[in-house]
Design a protein around this ligand. Structure first.
Ligand code: HEC
Length: 146
């Protein structure tokens, strides 16, 4: 073998090694991407362990809603004085759809309703953003009686 051929051969070997290297690296990148897709599941899991109805939600209703949605006075038939009554909703139907806060009337009236007339609490201050978020997380985690 001449020196020229030897050099060409070893160049070829380097090239083959480089190609294998790139293939190996890109396979590694695929593996990393799969791990990244796992992250939202962990967030969901955190939400599932989220607010407690008795500790985080009912007290907010007692303070802001029960004066108009309680035993004495149940506007639209809605009582927010217990878990069972909250889930029973108004005489028109449920206001909490477990797992789906955006479609729940209760969240809609608390957030940004089209008209002030349906904003809750009526004639009162809007709930703070974290109180509203806690209610949304509670509904998203399935609205459990916890
Ligand atoms: C001052 C009285 C008052 C307070 C306080 C109040 N509401 Fe209401 N609520 C009403 C009245 C009256 C209605 C009947 C519909 C209407 O007039 O908008 C109503 C209706 C509702 C409805 C049903 C809406 C529909 O379209 O069926 C929901 C849900 C609701 N209230 C949630 C709440 C929540 C949650 C709170 C506390 C953060 C609250 N309300 C506090 C007076 C009140």
């Amino acid at each position: 073998m001449s020196n020229g051929v030897k050099i060409k051969l070893s160049l070829l070997m380097v090239l083959i090694a480089a190609v294998f290297g790139i293939v190996a690296c890109s396979e590694e990148r695929v593996a990393v991407a799969t791990v990244e897709e796992d992250v939202p599941l962990k967030v969901k899991f955190k939400i599932a362990e989220g607010p407690s109805y008795s500790q985080d939600i009912q007290p907010v209703f007692e303070q802001n809603c029960v004066s108009c949605h309680g035993e004495e006075n149940a506007e639209n038939g809605l009582k927010l004085d217990s878990y069972e009554h909250t889930m029973a909703g108004t005489r028109f139907g449920a206001v909490v759809i477990p797992g789906w806060p955006e479609a729940s009337t209760l969240v809609y009236v608390l957030r940004r309703p089209a008209s002030q007339e349906i904003a809750m609490p009526h004639q009162g201050k809007k709930l703070t953003p974290n109180r509203i978020k806690n209610i949304m997380y509670w509904i998203e985690s399935g609205a459990p009686n916890n």
